[in-house]
Write a protein that binds this ligand. Structure first.
Ligand code: ADP
Length: 736
């Protein structure tokens, strides 16, 4: 008949031993053990599931109810030692067998019963011997015997190594745990010196502890041992035991190797954590710093943005004003030409009719009067023409070509025009070519150059007495008032009345005349020089004058020899172009959009190309360049939107002029030379060109070229301005 087994404690795990039992035995399970207490008599054995209930408490209860019931606690193998230790101290648990799930095979009930039977047998025998001894031995011996037996069992059960030694430090006891701990059995330890068999790492330290144990109170220390070939750390406790005239010393070890290892690991982790925390704090500080920097940059950006918004608003306002002013000016010009020129033309026409005697014959005196009316009307018409001319120039409504031309052509044409007057006044008029070995070329508008020369020659003839000389000479000068660059010049010299030094500056102003009386004699409104100089400047040139009162004057017309040598105040806009295509504004927007890339590429290439740039920080290299490039972009946009409103564009070039000036000064300060600046400008232009072509993939190639041509003109102008601050050559000759 199968044994009947009661399983106490209902845990889901481990399910395996339960099911194997269920197959072998008649099994009842009980979630609530108390409910089954009454019926324990029906069972041969009870299995207490150690993972589900407090096994010792349950054993106490079941034992109290039925002492014959065979009790087994099923516990995981790791829990076995602690359960066994606890069992020794717990009363009323009966004969408890501790089994592991793997023990629970078909034969286990039988084995358990057998073990129980054996234990009971031993106990009975033990009790009988005790009883017999008690009868013959004194009480003290009996007690000593009992304590030896208990001590032996206890020492065998203790998981900690326990050793004792005598006053010569020879080992007298060595428990199982000591055998395990040191990998040395009792036989090889007994009688030997304790320090030899325990192999401490620090022998002196253990010796000190052991000799300290001479005092009855326990001493303790943490000692490292080379136990069984491994380093083990144990908490060592020693105490002196004296009984019946004999003294022994106890050494108890508690293995804390694992504990220390974990502790060290924890400490290491803590140190690492600390380091990580420090690193985190450091990073956080850096982040904070970066954040602060960002805030500053942001603020600067906001300021720049506000400035840009202001500029846009200003530009818009300027545009509106310019448009209004321009309309007014155009209306004024139209009125002038229509309202004044029409009646004058009418006067001239009717005068000619009268002179033709269609209205009847004229007397000699009438004819003379009509001739005076005719010459006065012609003079008035010329004067109006001058006023209109100046107004148009000031409104930038004059077409000025900049083409390469030979000076001799304009000179010859002008000389031809004034030759008759000079001859009539008996003035010797000559022209001289001064360019050594070559022809004099200039960049400008031949028609306008001729107009200027006629004006200068007429004045020279006008203000020179009969029999005097007027000479026109032309050539190339290596230095000129045009930013010091070489230039073409055409010089008109007379032997006339001259001009007072104080008047020299005045004569270029509109309506300024010095020799009132004489000018009256010869007509003129004081506009000729003003118009001439404006025209010269429009071409990138200028007019200068020197004079000696009573001996004569010299006027020089300077003209650039290269297409790009234009004055900064010259309009960037090409006066010949009325309206720029939208694509040019697109180029402007592309430049503004690629500003960051331009800035970075520019800095990088600058460092690669110019040695002085290498030591300078980004901030210095980029300083104001972004603003400058942004302004160039804006100017292109303005150009397209201007519809004739040139002041806007002029504003832009004014800003560029200022920046260029600042740039030149800053670069000079950092040791730049003219050569390095020229190289820098080349790089900037190149970088902008590349950025524009990258950004404007869908743009018309002709528009990009047109836009880039204007950019080139603006940058060339700025280059001239910047260059003024720089030494001409690199003293080290190092530009790479
Ligand atoms: P205008 O039509 O009166 O000649 P300009 O602007 O041509 O006007 O000249 C301004 C003034 O400069 C003249 O009125 C004259 O006083 C002075 N001026 C110009 N050229 C000469 C010259 N070659 N010699 C002396 N004075 C001159």
């Amino acid at each position: 008949m199968a044994a009947r087994v009661l399983i106490v404690g209902d845990s889901a795990e481990p399910a395996s031993w339960r099911s194997s039992l269920t197959r072998s035995f008649q099994v009842d399970t009980a979630a609530d053990a108390d409910a089954l207490m009454h019926g324990t008599a029906h069972f041969d054995a009870a299995l207490i599931d150690g993972s589900a209930v407090d096994p010792l408490l349950m054993a106490q209860r079941l034992h109290a109810r039925d002492a014959a019931l065979q009790l087994t606690v099923v516990a995981a193998s790791g829990e076995r030692p602690s359960l066994e230790r606890a069992m020794i101290l717990r009363r009323g648990v009966g004969e408890l067998w501790i089994a592991e799930p793997s023990d629970l095979d078909a034969a286990f009930v039988e084995r358990a019963a057998q073990v129980t039977r054996q234990r009971r047998g031993f106990q009975t025998m033990h009790r009988r011997i005790e009883h017999d001894l008690a009868a013959i031995e004194p009480h003290s011996i009996r007690r000593a015997f009992i304590s030896d037996a208990y001590l032996a069992t206890l020492l065998g059960l203790l998981p900690d190594p326990v050793m004792s030694f005598d006053h010569d430090m020879r080992v007298i006891s060595w428990n199982d745990a000591a055998t395990q701990f040191f990998g040395r059995n009792r036989g090889t330890a007994l009688g030997r010196h304790i320090l030899d068999v325990t192999t401490p790492v620090d022998r002196a330290r253990l010796e000190k502890l052991l000799t300290g144990s001479a005092s009855p109170s326990p001493a303790r220390d943490e000692i490292a041992f080379l136990a069984d070939g491994q380093l083990r750390v144990a908490e060592a406790l020693t105490a002196r035991v004296s009984a019946e005239g004999r003294t022994a010393h106890l050494l108890v070890l508690h293995d804390v190797t694992e504990q220390r290892r974990i502790q060290t690991e924890l400490e290491a982790n803590a140190t690492e954590l600390e380091a990580q925390s420090e690193e985190l704090q450091h990073q956080s500080a850096m982040l904070e710093e970066a954040h602060a920097d960002l805030a500053t940059v942001n603020e600067e950006l906001q300021q720049a943005n506000a400035a840009l918004t202001q500029r846009t608003a200003d530009a818009e306002k300027a545009r509106e004003e310019a448009e209004r002013a321009n309309r007014a000016k155009s209306e004024f010009l139209a009125t002038m030409s229509h309202e004044i020129r029409t009646p004058i033309n009418a006067i001239i026409g009717y005068n000619e009719l009268l002179q033709m005697e269609l209205a009847g014959p004229l007397t000699a005196q009438q004819r003379q009067h009509l001739e005076r009316v005719h010459s006065s009307s012609q003079h008035l018409l010329a004067l109006i023409q001058d006023v209109l001319d100046l107004a148009r120039i000031e409104a930038r409504r004059v077409d000025v070509e900049t083409e390469r031309a030979l000076a001799v052509n304009a000179v010859a044409a002008a000389v031809e025009i004034v030759a008759a007057t000079a001859h009539a006044r008996d003035i010797a008029l000559s022209s001289v070519a001064l360019a050594d070995g070559g022809e004099t070329y200039y960049y400008g508008d031949e028609r306008r150059v001729q107009q200027i020369l006629v004006n200068l020659l007429s004045n020279a003839v006008k203000f020179t007495a009969r029999g005097g000389r007027v000479e026109i000479a032309y050539g190339v000068a290596s230095e000129s008032p045009l930013d010091g660059a070489d230039a073409a010049f055409i010089r008109v010299t007379d032997t006339g009345i001259g001009i007072e030094p104080a008047d020299l500056a005045r004569i270029f102003k509109p309506f300024e005349q010095v020799q009132q009386g004489r000018t009256r004699d010869h007509g003129g409104a004081g506009l000729g020089l003003a118009i001439s100089r404006e025209l010269a400047q429009l071409m990138g040139g200028d007019i200068t004058v020197t004079s000696d009162v009573g001996r004569g004057s010299t006027f020089i017309l300077w003209l650039p020899r290269t297409g790009t040598n234009v004055q900064p105040r010259l309009d960037i806009a090409d006066p010949a172009v009325e309206q720029y295509p939208e694509g040019v504004a697109e180029v402007g927007r592309a430049i503004q959009h690629a500003l960051d890339d331009i800035k970075l590429e520019f800095t990088r290439e600058l460092r690669a190309a110019i040695s002085v740039a290498r030591q300078l920080p980004d901030a210095v290299l980029q300083d104001h360049v972004a603003t400058y490039v942004a302004d160039i972009g804006q100017t292109l946009i303005d150009l397209v939107a201007r519809s004739g409103a040139t002041p806007l564009v002029r504003d832009g070039s004014e800003i560029q002029h200022l920046i260029a000036d600042l740039h030149g000064r800053q670069r000079a300060l950092f040791g730049w030379t003219a050569d390095s600046l020229r190289r820098e400008i080349e790089i900037l232009l190149d970088v902008i060109d590349r950025a524009v072509r990258r950004e404007c993939r869908d743009c018309n190639a002709a528009d990009i070229d047109a836009g880039m041509q204007i950019v080139q003109r603006m940058i060339a102008t700025s280059e001239q301005v910047s260059l003024r601050h720089l030494a001409p050559a690199d003293p080290t000759g190092d530009n790479s």
